[in-house]
Ligand binder design. Structure first.
Ligand SMILES: Cc1cc2nc3c(=O)[nH]c(=O)nc-3n(C[C@H](O)[C@H](O)[C@H](O)COP(=O)(O)OP(=O)(O)OC[C@H]3O[C@@H](n4cnc5c(N)ncnc54)[C@H](O)[C@@H]3O)c2cc1C
Length: 468
């Protein structure tokens, strides 16, 4: 195992010189919130040696230069809503670099439709600022009220509207980055086209803070759609519900969101919210959101969706109360955990047309391995979030049973052309399976890229890959 130095009074003093005494925290009470993220596996909980809160790009650069000189690990962190312990220190120790103070909206250009922000700005604030000017910031992770745009970029966050507008990578024109060795670089542009070397921004986005610390972002804004509609289509089986995933694009209907809740999930959510949801006993939901600039266009699309749903076997199609239906969808995580503690969370992604096959095969694997789970999907993206329940096995069996389930599930996912994570990332949790199932050539090149960016392995070491 590679060895790192630990914080000494001298290195703490050097950090204080960079950011000011007040912004280097070492008291245990202040470190505790940083020992975890929103993941459930307590084995990854670990206190950082210090939390450092820089306020400028230059301070971030100076911290990384110091870390390279002294050889301590630096873990970037936004709001800590990640689920893979990417923003938590591991066996290498070191400091958490929080972007909490890098939280300013620097420029909003309404005419040219872009916004430049620091990484610690909360995603919902960007959406709100854009909306108040008649514009749309289309990134929309379900955690938007609490996560930061820097974390979204580092994980290439998806979310509900990715079907139409793409993931966070698609919303970003350019980024300012402090490299792992402490240089400041600018990647990407607002150009419509460019063939001028490697598009480095595209590998830093989604690299989970292993290739650089993002210190500024210029994001794309769009005209705000004036009209919206939400439909709730109820199907008798999960299979008929998921058939919409291929039926809608085939009919050339572009939806903004296409989310699936199966019957087990509906029951759990209805119980948790203490609300009567339609067809609680037998329904499987597809929630369909449409947006556009023209009322007629939306009406026509709604009618077409209604017809397709009925052709695919829908029991009923409602024009939904948006507040109610999205409250139910977003309540899944809490409702699921309230009904039964969660042992593991999965984030499989397959081509959307393979989601139905994936669900069938996972049901078989679950039966064979004795692992119980339930899940919701960003169905239009082929992205399935599964909660593995802490039920059906003893605590002693848990680790092994889940490992067997995950391995078999990954074999199916990769066999269908999928990947282990659609939007949450690899972090610390998925490293083994990522190594096992990733194409060996691609895997070796990814490690070589990490080495080229970070020769001293200072930035977020041991995330995505083990260190050789
Ligand atoms: C209830 C709930 C709902 C969620 N819904 C979604 C969803 O719909 N879609 C989705 O994609 N995710 C979702 N997530 C996961 C999580 O919210 C996202 O991954 C989010 O993008 C993380 O942002 P953050 O600011 O909390 O990042 P953190 O958790 O702080 O960090 C995440 C990763 O990014 C790195 N990082 C953070 N900031 C920077 C930076 N400035 N530069 C470089 N690296 C950095 C960290 O090192 C870490 O590896 C959800 C989580 C919860 C708890």
């Amino acid at each position: 195992m590679k060895s790192y130095t630990h914080m000494t009074p001298a290195s703490i003093a050097a950090l204080q010189d960079i950011v000011g005494k007040k912004f280097v925290w070492t008291d245990r009470d202040k470190l505790i919130p940083f020992e975890k993220d929103e993941g459930v596996e307590t084995t990854y909980f670990r206190l950082p040696e210090a939390v450092v809160l820089p306020a400028t790009t230059e301070e971030v650069a100076a911290i990384l230069q110091l870390a390279n000189r002294e050889h301590f690990a630096v873990v970037p962190r936004g709001a800590g809503t990640g689920l893979e312990f990417g923003a938590v220190v591991n066996e290498y120790g070191g400091i958490v670099l929080s972007t909490e103070r890098l939280n300013h909206i620097l420029e909003i250009n309404e005419d040219k439709m872009y916004m430049t922000v620091e990484p610690g700005v909360i995603t919902a604030d960007i959406q709100r600022e854009a909306k108040s000017r008649g514009l749309l910031y289309a990134g929309d992770p379900c955690s938007g009220d609490s996560c930061c745009i820097g974390g979204n970029a580092a994980t290439n966050a998806g979310g509900n509207r990715a079907v139409k507008y793409g993931t966070t990578r698609d919303q970003i024109y350019s980024i300012e980055v402090v490299t792992p060795t402490g240089e400041i670089g600018y990647f990407g542009s607002r150009l419509k086209k460019v063939t001028a070397g490697y598009p480095l921004q595209n590998i830093i986005i989604g690299a989970e803070g292993t290739l650089g610390i993002i210190t500024k972002l210029t994001v794309r804004l769009l005209p705000l759609p004036k009209y919206e509609a939400d439909l709730l289509a109820v199907f008798p089986t999960l299979e008929t519900a998921l058939s919409l995933v291929t039926a809608l694009p085939k009919a050339d209907i572009s939806v903004t969101c296409l989310e699936c809740m199966d019957n087990a999930v509906i029951r759990v959510v209805a119980d948790y919210l203490k609300e009567a949801l339609p067809y609680t006993d037998e329904g499987n939901y597809m929630i369909i959101h449409l947006d556009g600039r023209n009322e007629d266009e939306i009406d026509t699309a709604c009618m077409a969706v209604d017809e397709i749903c009925r052709n695919q076997g829908a029991l009923e199609v409602f024009v939904a109360d948006a507040g109610k239906v999205w409250k139910a969808r977003k309540a899944f995580t809490e409702a699921s955990a309230a009904e039964c503690p969660i042992a593991a969370m999965e984030d499989f992604v397959v081509p959307p047309d393979q989601l139905e096959v994936l669900m069938e095969r996972l049901a078989v694997i679950g039966r064979d391995t004795g692992v119980l789970f339930r899940g919701v999907s960003h169905a239009g993206d082929g992205n399935l979030h599964l909660d593995v329940l802490r039920r059906g096995f003893t605590p002693a069996e848990e680790k092994e049973k889940i490992a067997v389930f995950e391995d078999k599930a990954c074999a199916v996912v990769y066999g269908l052309g999928g990947r282990i994570s659609g939007e949450h990332g690899i972090g610390q949790k998925r490293k083994k399976l990522f190594a096992k199932y990733t194409d060996p050539t691609a895997y070796a090149l990814m490690k070589a890229v990490k080495k080229a960016f970070d020769p001293n392995m200072i930035l977020n070491p041991g995330k995505l890959f083990d260190i050789d």
